[in-house]
Each structure stands twice: as structure tokens, then as C-alpha cells.
Design a protein around this ligand. Structure first.
Ligand code: PMP
Length: 313
């Protein structure tokens, strides 16, 4: 992944090297920053962004949870993303919008208090970068996962459903620990010992043809998770959101992780124990293929999930 030449910052397209931020801003100092990760794909009708409005809605929700007043609407940000893709002349890639408080202010009492004595942040910087995305050949990659000794952040410690930069310290510790122990990915449990999610992916279990997935509450409400749940319902699968015990992973027929970046990937072993046959299962393969076709605009039924860049120019 390489960042492209141009970025969008507060209404203007500028060169990446000119997009600077003060290191003493609370966003840098404390991770008080929201962001998104979005993908766009090369379709028959040119580049198209998958679930752009869902991602931008989540970005604005995250900003609100951080008391940030963003002065752009979803429509304006949609136009910004599309213009930026065109300007960088890219056909497929990754989009990284950020909302941050760029003013240099030390201490935790940053921003201003409004008349209700509530702290708020006004001069919010919105920045959008795009990066190239090289498709990895072969769709049959699978993951060896490890249940992490790092527990997913407690829902009473923060606003856990928001995509806040500071939360990722937790994900990074978990992922690095898993990698350094010889695994590909971490599975984090929540504070009660139930399965939460991967370092940057949601998790599904397949058991006797039923899809089980941890409920909202301790996880990030993933856009991919939501799309898979809809695709499952449309294909007559039963989907159950329920607390998942770690033992249920080992007893599963299949386990898969899903997220914008990795799409859908089978987990074929956890802590060295094989899941199901130890090979990608049929249900996972079905959803992997279906999702690949949907995001690449090959399924007209799901065209409403795509934003075609050409429509915004
Ligand atoms: N959980 C976490 C912690 C994540 O960072 C991500 C990636 N945004 C996901 C789940 C998957 O979310 P999405 O499908 O929206 O990419």
C-alpha cells in the first residue's frame, strides 16, 4: 500500500507532503482522532466505492462521540472522496478519511465549553488520503489465529463502537503479540471472556449451517459484518447474534474474519488446533466469492452499495 500524491484537506486537494499536522495537537498526543478505512474497486463502470455512505456515517458518529463539530455533510464528503480518486487517477485502492483536532494544546482540557458546560471542539480538520491496493493473487489464503492475552477494551472505558484512533493501541498490542508468537492474527476476548473480534476484523462462526456472530456492545460495528448479515439473510441462512464462548470456536465447523481490508478470510486453526477440517469450509467459500463479486460491481442486486466515482464529477 502506497499513499497517493494528492490528499483532500478541509475542502482543498493538496500534495501529500503539504498535509501537515502539529505534533502537539491532542489528536497526535492522545489519539483523540476518528478515522475510517474504505475500499474502492475497479468495476465495469470505473472506480466504485463500497458502502461509502455507511463508512461516512460512522465517521461522523465517531466525530460526534469525540465532541467534534465537522462542517461537512456526507454528501460533501462523498464528492470529496470521488474527486480525490479521480485526481489521483486510481482505479482501485484504499481510502483513509480522518477527523482530528489539529490545534496545538497541551493538557486534557482542550477545546471550549459551551453554554451547557459541555466541552466541544470546533475547528476540526478533515483529511482524506487514498492509497494503492495490490490485489493478492489467490483467494484461498487462510489464517492461523491465536486467542490474545490482550483483552478487548472494556465498553465502560470508552465509546467502544466508535472508530477512535486511540483504541488501536489495544488492537496493535494484540496483533503484534500474535505475530511474534508465530500466528497470522489475534482473536480478542471481551472483559467477560466472550469472543469479541480480530485486531481489525469482525468474526463469524459457522455451526451446522447457521452463522453466529458476537453482538454489538464490545466490538466495532463493522460495515462488512453488516453486509455479510444481509447477504446471509438474502441467501436463506440463519444468522444469530449471540455471545460466543471461546470453546465454540474450537467446536465450530468454520470460523471466518471479515473487514474492509481483508474482505473475508477463513480461520483454519486457532492456538494451533484445527477448526473443522482445517481447510476453508464451503460456507466461508460461498460468502468469500459472493462478497468479492458484490464489491466489484458484478451483482446488480447490490449495486446500491456502490458509489460510482463518475457520478460525482
Ligand atoms: N473491528 C475492528 C476493531 C476494526 O478496526 C475493523 C476495521 N474497520 C473491523 C472490525 C471491521 O470493520 P469494517 O467491516 O467496517 O471494515
Amino acid at each position: 500500500m502506497a499513499l497517493s500524491k494528492f490528499v483532500w484537506k478541509d475542502g482543498k486537494i493538496i500534495r501529500l507532503r503539504n498535509a501537515k499536522v502539529n505534533i502537539f495537537s491532542p489528536s497526535v498526543q492522545y489519539g483523540w482522532k476518528g478515522f475510517e478505512g474504505i475500499r474502492f474497486y475497479d468495476t465495469e463502470y470505473g472506480p466504485a466505492v463500497f458502502c461509502l455512505s455507511g463508512h461516512l456515517d460512522r465517521l461522523l458518529d465517531t466525530a460526534e462521540s469525540l465532541r467534534m463539530k465537522v462542517r461537512y455533510s456526507v454528501k460533501e464528503l462523498t464528492e470529496a472522496v470521488c474527486r480525490l480518486i479521480l485526481r489521483n487517477e486510481m482505479r482501485q485502492g484504499y481510502i483513509r478519511p480522518d477527523v482530528l483536532y489539529a490545534k496545538a494544546e497541551l493538557g486534557l482540557r482542550f477545546g471550549v465549553k459551551n453554554k451547557d458546560n459541555r466541552r466541544e471542539l470546533n475547528k476540526i480538520t478533515v483529511a482524506i488520503a487514498v492509497a494503492s491496493w495490490d490485489e493478492k493473487p489467490g483467494s484461498d489464503t487462510s489464517l492461523k489465529a491465536k486467542i490474545s492475552p490482550f483483552v478487548r477494551i472494556h465498553p465502560d472505558s470508552t465509546i467502544v463502537g466508535a472508530k477512535i484512533s486511540g483504541h488501536y493501541v489495544n488492537s496493535i498490542f494484540a496483533l503484534w503479540e500474535a505475530e511474534e508468537s508465530g500466528y497470522d492474527e489475534a482473536i480478542l476476548l471481551d472483559y467477560q471472556g466472550y469472543v469479541a473480534e480480530g485486531s481489525a476484523e469482525n468474526l463469524f462462526v459457522v455451526k451446522e449451517g447457521v452463522l453466529l456472530t458476537p453482538p454489538l456492545g464490545t466490538i466495532l460495528p463493522g460495515i462488512t459484518r453488516g453486509a455479510i448479515m444481509q447477504l446471509a439473510i438474502d441467501n436463506k441462512y440463519e444468522v444469530v447474534e449471540k455471545d460466543v464462548y471461546p470453546e465454540e470456536l474450537f467446536d465450530a465447523d468454520e470460523v471466518f474474519l471479515c473487514g474492509t481490508a481483508m474482505e473475508i478470510l477463513p480461520v483454519t486453526s486457532i492456538n494451533g488446533k484445527l477448526i473443522g477440517s482445517g481447510k476453508p469450509g464451503e460456507t466461508t467459500k460461498f460468502f468469500t466469492e459472493l462478497y468479492k463479486n458484490v464489491v466489484r460491481g458484478r451483482m446488480s442486486k447490490y449495486d446500491h452499495w456502490l458509489t460510482y466515482v463518475k457520478d460525482y464529477t
